[in-house]
Design a protein around this ligand. Structure first.
Ligand code: C2E
Ligand code: MG
Ligand code: MG
Length: 747
């Protein structure tokens, strides 16, 4: 029950006029008879007016006396559901829901009414039929000093208002409840999110559009090394300088509307170390949808990438040696074939099988066997180019693809190299081991056009190598085998030739064209092979260069030439300059200067009588180093000439810098001198150029008088060739010289 503050409420009842009406009403008739002087007509008029007001009032009005209904207006009956007139005399409690309700009203109302205050309550009351009617009740005692005299009640049906109020209150309550729920949900969600961010193994940070870091979680601290305090409010430092533009592009995608962007990028740690990461970027928008920054979620995938790479590597490589496996070999073979076709070149597929691996493995154990195989792999790599493929097929079998072959004959030197490298002793765990290898070769395109065919043929060739006694190689093609066998025979024979004294020098005279006299001779090496007879240098010098044997052979040539020259001098022969050929490999790999000094001092030959023939290829490698060596050689008093001039790449400036004495015009120009005007022009140009540089010229390969004639016309200084004499053994050369002398003296 709600009690209102009476002072604040409008009080339509508490007026004198109303009191009058109330007091007068029951008495009207009696007064009219007893006191006719009271101007009854006007009073009656007033009463009627009040009567009308009461009858038509829109509020219920009730008069009670002794807690019973004295009188009420029709509205009151209507509100409480009583037929008008039946209420008079009814006790007050008929309006109340329960006796307790009635009693409580009494407790509240009595003191208020007694103190002349207005009772103002909103209370559910009872209709005649027992239903509830919500009323706003106001009441006042007619005489506060004696409340039993009567009370006037004004009743207003506020059921509708109450229902509306209640509905409003309920709605309000419901809303409040929902807001409460929602707030607690939000708080919970925020808490959960915070836990996730703080404990996530992923770096999570946010940055504003100004690139300044806004938040930075513990994982970011661990991943990148900057603490939260160092990171927040600072520009991002995780992006390496050269990756900035890539990263900005990702943000640009987020700006232009992509909601989630995922990409693998490289980021950097505080110490500068780079890490592979997977980055997820999402735009941050405020409640109005306006972008204000980005959230970055970052996973370190360095290890994952490494593992992935390792798995990929293992899928295509032999785990022991790290060499490509058969799968990758096949792929490389396809690529090599495609490339060979494009470049119109050949390639070789080589099958290698170690000859004694099983013995090593069985007697020394698998661990030794494994390290042995690894060493084999390392050595094989050193024998081929980086672009070639070496693969381990399992066990002691290896396969090599040699690409970019300009001819089939380029493979024997490589195979010889492989055989030699593998024969060099291995040292493992204090044991010295060595192995030999059997190699089978198939050539593309001659032996087949696909991997399967070629590998079958290479395998067959390898078995033939085994059958032939191992430690050798065999081509699938028989013709190739003959040539290759010769290569092997020469290579193996060269090793012994020096010790067995199978080398000799032949001498070819060099003629001064002005005087017609022999002024020198070129020393040309010959190999007196026990089986093949006299082998020309063209057949063994390249093999000697390839195997490194050129160094001791070259040393022998210099010593022998000096010795011979000195012998001739002692024998009283005319003084001649002896020219010795130097190979580029020899120049590169050995101390030529030392050899020359040794040979001169051992023989006692005056350096003026020794000439070194260098090729243009020597001059263009390691220029400064070669220049220094040549200068020192010249200081000794030697002569230097350039052999086969015109076929290489020497420039005029080199010729000047190297202080060369003589150019030997290559035979290829001399050969067609008389018939090919181009060659004539070249030879003439060489001679003129040499002259202007103060160099002498000698023509090689002069075979006919016509050539000689032409060279004389061009002003060539010297000549050498079959027209004068073929290269000949020393004894013959002496006879040649004495014969020439007798002819000259006769002439
Ligand atoms: P080269 O130094 O240009 O020697 C000249 C070659 O031409 C010699 O061949 C010689 O026999 C040949 N020849 C001389 N006159 C004529 C001719 O009128 N017509 C034709 N067609 N050929 C002629 P050889 O002796 O077979 O030597 C070939 C090459 O082997 C030499 O070319 C030289 O580069 C190299 N060589 C020879 N001896 C040695 C040596 O002791 N050490 C080194 N490193 N290389 C050598
Ligand atoms: Mg020569
Ligand atoms: Mg030459």
């Amino acid at each position: 029950m709600e009690v209102r503050d009476a002072r604040k409420v409008f009080d339509p009842v508490h007026t004198d006029t109303f009191k009058w009406s109330y007091l007068l009403a029951p008495m009207t008739d009696s007064y009219a008879t007893c006191m006719p002087e009271l101007n009854l007509p006007s009073m009656q008029q007033t009463l009627l007016e009040y009567q009308a007001i009461l009858e038509n009032a829109s509020v219920g009005i009730l008069f009670t006396r002794d807690r019973k209904v004295l009188h009420c207006n029709p509205k009151f009956s209507e509100i409480f559901g009583w037929p008008h007139g039946e209420l008079v005399g009814q006790p007050g409690f008929v309006f109340y829901l329960s006796p307790e309700n009635y009693a409580e009203m009494g407790r509240i109302a009595t003191p208020i009414l007694a103190s002349a205050e207005l009772l103002d309550v909103e209370i559910p009351m009872c209709r005649k039929d027992g239903s509830i009617v919500f009323c706003h009740m106001r009441a006042r005692a007619i005489n506060p000093n004696n409340t039993a005299e009567g009370t006037i009640w004004i009743a207003e049906d506020i059921s509708d208002k109450k229902t509306a109020q209640q509905a409003l209150a309920e709605a309000h309550q419901e809303l409040e409840l929902r807001v409460q729920e929602r707030t607690s949900e939000l708080v919970k969600a925020r808490q959960q999110l915070e836990v996730v961010i703080q404990s996530a193994p992923l770096s999570i940070y946010t940055r504003g559009l100004d690139s300044l870091t806004m938040s930075w979680n513990p994982a970011a601290e661990r991943m990148f090394g900057w603490t939260k305090e160092e990171a927040i409010g600072e520009p991002l430092r995780t992006i390496p300088k050269d990756h900035e533009s890539a990263f900005n592009k990702l943000h640009q995608r987020a700006v232009s509307g992509e909601s989630i962007i995922q990409q693998d990028v490289v980021l950097q740690k505080r110490d500068g170390m780079l890490i592979d990461t997977s980055v997820t970027i999402a735009p941050l928008k405020d409640s109005e949808g306006i972008l204000y920054g980005f959230v970055n979620i970052i996973a370190d995938i360095t290890e994952r990438n490494a593992a992935k790479q390792k798995i990929e590597f293992l899928a295509y490589h032999d785990p022991l040696t790290g060499l490509p496996n058969r799968l990758l070999l096949q792929d490389r073979m396809q690529q090599a074939i495609a490339q060979a076709d494009r470049q119109q070149k050949g390639l070789a597929l080589m099958f290698l099988d170690l000859d004694n691996f099983k013995k090593i493995n069985d007697s020394l154990g698998h661990a030794t066997g494994d390290s042995f195989l690894k060493e084999v792999a390392t050595r094989l790599k050193k024998c081929v180019r980086d672009t070639d493929t070496i693969s381990r097929q399992g066990g002691d079998e290896f396969v090599i693809i040699l690409g970019d072959l300009s001819g089939n004959d380029v493979t024997p030197p490589i195979m010889s190299k492989i055989m030699e490298r593998l024969q060099d002793p291995f040292h493992t765990e204090g044991i010295e081991l060595s192995t030999s290898v059997s190699i089978g070769v198939a050539l593309y395109p001659d032996d087949g056009s696909d991997f399967e065919t070629l590998s079958k043929k290479a395998d067959m060739a390898m078995f033939r190598a085994k059958e032939a006694g191992r430690n050798t190689y065999r081509f699938f093609d028989e013709e190739m085998n003959t040539a290759a066998t010769e290569h092997l025979v020469v290579r193996n024979g060269l090793r012994r030739a020096l010790d067995r004294g199978e080398f000799m020098l032949h001498y070819q005279p060099q003629i001064d064209l002005a005087s017609g006299t022999v002024i020198g001779a070129e020393a040309l090496i010959r190999w007196n092979h026990p089986e093949f007879g006299l082998v020309p240098p063209g057949r063994f010098i390249p093999i000697a260069e390839d195997s490194g044997l050129i160094v001791p052979i070259g040393e022998w040539v210099i010593h022998e030439a000096c010795r011979q020259a000195m012998e001739w001098k002692k024998a009283g022969l005319p003084e001649l300059v002896l020219a010795v050929n130097l190979s580029a490999v020899q120049f590169k790999r050995s101390n030529v200067e030392h050899t020359v000094i040794q040979a001169l001092s051992q023989s006692g030959l005056n350096p003026h009588f020794l000439e070194l023939e260098l090729t243009e290829s020597i001059l263009i490698q390691n220029v400064e180093q070669v220049l220094a060596t040549v200068k020192r050689l010249k200081l000794l008093g030697l002569k230097i000439s350039i052999d086969d001039f015109g076929t290489g790449y020497s420039s005029l400036s080199y010729l000047k810098r190297f202080d060369i004495d003589k150019l030997k015009i290559d035979q290829s120009f001399v050969r067609d001198l008389a018939t090919d005007p181009d060659d004539g022009a070249i030879v003439r140009a060489i001679i003129q150029m040499a002259r202007s540089l103060n160099l002498k010229t000698i023509a090689e390969g002069v075979e006919t008088p016509a050539m000689l004639q032409q060279l004389s016309t061009f002003g060539c200084d010297e000549a050498q060739g079959y027209h004068f004499a073929r290269p000949m053994p020393a004894a013959e050369f002496v006879r040649y010289l004495s014969g020439k002398d007798s002819k000259q003296s006769k002439g």
